[in-house]
Design a protein around this ligand. Structure first.
Ligand code: EPU
Length: 466
């Protein structure tokens, strides 16, 4: 098992490109099951979860085609073409599902296209119980018959296929992202009109809808709580670029702030991050939209060529959906109150990283977790580094300290790991973050990219770390 060894106290400085989004790519890859035509995807990140999804799709007869070795001419990093060639197996086995909960994304596409799906029921994970009742309720409303056998969900479409209807998809914690992805994908091939009420508004749903529309689907309202889908008889191929990863971008923003750094994020989906930049701004972290890379360099440094957020129209053809953003920080971090919410609220996936930053604020901050109320595995580990944290239910009060102190800590889930890496970069002395395979699920070559920005961070095998 790999471990990160971090020497804290180095300021981050420089530029880093935000990769394609993991959470957009996973349901988008599963949508390739909806067609017999090839689906080409660009900017797919190279992550453990993506490799698991490819493995699952291959078992389901959807191969990666035209694959070039990384050292061959014409190879493009992040370019993946998926093509269904065999529809005989529609069973996602427990062995794969237990390594990747997002295997559930195959459920809607399989039942819609093949009329049958058998998917091992995902269990809980470190951040909570993670039920899938809303996914099932939505597919049932479309006419699927759902049963549970030996821990597997079995979904069968009625004779004549799924039928459109109006579905309320809200649950006790609001909308569901992958549940919306499943129902929206399935409804594309259902007969008639489907209306999803209380749909997830996350940008990843919009990205999936954009792909599906390119494949021939008729979808309106993605990004709002009401999505309307007119079913079509079949879907075709597509060529789609995955949106940039807003959570990775938010993580780098917190990394710049916690090290009192000055970094510029390229390919940053700023318009999906307004709740994050709002809270960072309240904490004294500045974000400025910058001109494209070449201009910024030729004008002699980022500050000289900064645009204000209000001037974001000049950020490029895609506005602030993909732009360059410079992140700098006041010397003193101010305490803030944050509540995680569904989009466009503050994302739960940046909660741990922000908590790491607020550990060093000048006063008391409050974080309330409304999406996964148990998602606080980083609290005990941050406390081992000298943070002053007091948790009561879904709320943590953070009394800022002047300095965190390096320590061996244990990563327990993807974003908690990111929070610990950030804390380690700010701490005095050496921090050893164990079990970084959690981090590898969601961040591509994180240590190399942080090192390129000036961090002192090495990946070593746990045995060698001592
Ligand atoms: N929920 C239900 N019933 C359901 C589904 C969800 O009660 O059938 C509850 C969940 O327990 C939770 C809330 O609804 O309290 C929201 O869960 P949601 O379904 O939206 O989560 P998800 O779709 O399984 C995705 C991301 C998560 C991210 C959440 C929330 C992917 C692959 N995963 O999960 O990302 O935290 O949305 O935004 O897209 C991560 O990247 O670290 C990660 C965990």
């Amino acid at each position: 098992m790999d471990t990160f060894v971090i020497q804290g106290g180095k300021r981050l400085y420089g530029r880093v490109r935000v990769n394609g989004s993991k959470n957009a790519a996973l349901p988008i890859m599963a949508a390739a099951l909806l067609t017999d035509q090839p689906v080409t995807l660009r900017d797919v990140p190279d992550l453990a979860d993506i490799a698991n999804m490819r493995k699952l799709l291959a078992e389901l007869g959807c191969q990666r085609v035209n694959e070039l070795a990384p050292d061959s001419p014409g190879y493009v990093h992040g370019l993946v073409t998926l093509h269904v060639q065999d529809q005989s197996n529609s069973h996602a086995r427990y062995e794969i599902v237990r390594t990747m909960r997002a295997s559930i994304c195959a459920l809607g596409p399989l039942v819609a296209k093949r009329g049958y799906a058998r998917i091992s029921m995902p269990g809980g994970c470190a951040i909570g119980d993670r039920p899938v009742d809303l996914h099932l309720r939505g597919l049932e409303a479309l006419g699927a018959e759902i049963t549970l056998t030996s821990g597997d969900i079995i979904a069968k479409a009625p004779t004549g296929g799924l039928k459109g209807t109006t579905i309320f998809l809200g649950g006790p914690f609001g909308s569901t992202v992958l549940g919306t992805a499943n129902v929206m994908s399935a409804a594309c091939l259902a007969k008639g009109t489907t209306v999803i009420e209380s749909a997830a508004c996350e940008p990843e749903i919009v990205d999936l809808a954009n792909l599906l529309i390119q494949m021939g689907a008729k979808i309106k309202g993605a990004g709002s709580p009401r999505i309307t889908i007119e079913g079509v008889a079949q879907l075709g191929g597509a060529d789609h670029r995955i949106m940039p990863d807003r959570i990775e971008a938010g993580t780098f923003m917190c990394a710049a702030a916690i090290t009192n750094g000055d970094i510029t994020l390229d390919n940053c989906p700023l318009d999906s991050l307004l709740a994050v930049t709002d809270r960072l701004s309240a904490a004294g972290v500045n974000t400025q939209v910058m001109p494209a890379l070449t201009t910024a360099i030729s004008t002699g440094g980022p500050r000289a060529s900064a645009l204000s957020l209000a001037g974001s129209a000049s950020a490029g053809d895609e506005g602030t959906a993909r732009c360059s953003v410079r992140v700098t920080c006041d010397r003193i971090i101010k305490p803030v109150e944050v509540t995680t919410q569904v989009h466009p609220g503050f994302p739960t996936d940046v909660q741990a990283q922000l908590m790491a930053l607020l550990c060093l604020a000048d006063g008391n901050s409050v974080i309330t977790e409304r999406i996964f109320p148990e998602r606080f595995l980083h609290v005990a580990e941050l406390s081992r580094m000298g943070a002053k944290l007091f948790r009561q239910g879904p709320t943590v009060i953070i009394s800022g300290v002047r300095q965190l102190v390096g320590a061996p800590v244990m990563a327990s889930d993807l974003r908690a790991s990111a929070g610990l890496v950030l804390a380690g970069m700010a701490a005095e002395g050496t921090t050893i973050v164990n079990r970084v395979y959690h981090l590898d699920r969601g961040y591509e070559k994180m240590e190399d990219r942080l090192r390129a920005l000036g961090a002192s961070i090495e990946r070593v095998n746990e045995k060698d770390a001592g």
